[in-house]
Design a protein around this ligand. Structure first.
Ligand code: GDP
Length: 297
């Protein structure tokens, strides 16, 4: 479907027969191709532009070594720069959960995969780290969402806070906190309400819950297939609520992963996990190399 970057560049450099330094002109021509490849991978235009500028500075004047073609050399420079921008935190999979019970706040738009991700992470904490986890849904507007979390909890063997009708999100969050402390849980995860679009009420509700429990981690779940939209959502949530990391879902789809680069470049927030399917084990720690490979095609 897509021509990958190496293929694009080998054409550009065909006329360069001699070994030597990459001239400014060669680099410029190559970078036009890099830019197109980034845009095709769904990287946003301003991010692609800045990225290309950074690569240009690094590539111009580099001598072409004997063992690689100029095209391969530019691909390597692009690859290294991608890793540089994508790398966010040293250990993205390590959640701050000391001082039990540690609250983790999950935020994001409806349909982003928030509830699924909450359960996936709870299972991971239980299976890998032997943690006792309590999950609670704060989605008072959608009883189905509360039930969904309860069903997932039963499936993965993680407790959920009993549902009490008529409570507001802050009250539920406080009840989760008390229950987690009394029940000897290590972590309690709060799955906040989602909407189709960001609105003031959604933000105000999430902020009130944040203030009530002081989460150790606030993880924003975004659909990795939504490209530029994902970046706008992240910027808004981070400005208003403050997030400690991003989980990109649907990375099992055929998107090219450009949202990851835009997300890092624009928000500066580390991508912590990627969702790779609907199953409860389909979540992995974010690895920059993988996404870089995917963006390059
Ligand atoms: P929420 O409204 O944000 O809580 O979204 P849900 O957790 O209910 O997820 C919406 C749909 O997306 C469900 O059908 C999930 O199974 C699916 N889903 C969630 N994460 C992933 C993922 O990483 N990959 C795929 N393919 N589907 C996902």
């Amino acid at each position: 479907m897509f021509e990958n970057l190496s293929e694009r560049l080998s054409g550009v450099f065909d006329r360069l027969t001699k070994q030597g330094a990459l001239s400014e002109e060669d680099v410029k021509t190559a970078l036009r191709e890099v830019r197109v490849a980034l845009l095709e991978a769904d990287v946003s235009l301003p991010v692609a532009r800045d990225f290309v500028k950074a690569v240009q500075g690094k590539a111009t004047g580099q001598s072409v070594t004997r063992s690689v073609t100029p095209g391969q050399q530019v691909v390597k420079i692009v690859h290294d720069e991608l890793i540089h921008v994508l790398s966010g935190s040293e250990d993205p999979g390590k959640l701050k959960i000391d001082n039990p019970p540690a609250p983790i706040l999950m935020v994001g738009l409806q349909g982003s995969g928030k509830t699924t991700t909450t359960a996936k992470l709870a299972k991971r904490l239980k299976d890998r780290d032997g943690k006792r986890v309590l999950m609670a849904s704060l989605d008072v507007n959608r009883p189905a969402a509360m039930e969904q979390l309860q069903i997932l909890g039963l499936q993965i063997g993680v407790d959920t806070l009993p549902i009490v009708k008529g409570e507001d999100p802050v009250t539920i969050a406080k009840r989760a906190k008390t229950q987690a402390a009394l029940g000897g849980y290590d972590v309690y995860m709060l799955d906040t309400a989602g909407r189709l679009h960001i609105d003031q009420e959604l933000i105000a509700q999430a902020a009130a819950v944040r203030d009530a429990v002081a989460p150790r981690e606030t993880l924003l779940v975004v659909d990795g297939l939504t490209g530029q939209d994902a970046v706008n959502v992240a910027t808004e949530f981070d400005d208003k609520i403050g997030v400690s990391g991003v989980v990109l879902t649907r990375m099992d789809g055929d998107g090219r992963g450009g949202a990851a680069l835009s997300m890092r470049a624009v928000t500066g927030k580390p991508i912590r996990f990627v969702g790779l399917g609907e199953k409860m084990d389909a979540i992995e720690t974010f690895e920059p190399e993988r996404i870089a490979g995917r963006i390059l095609g």
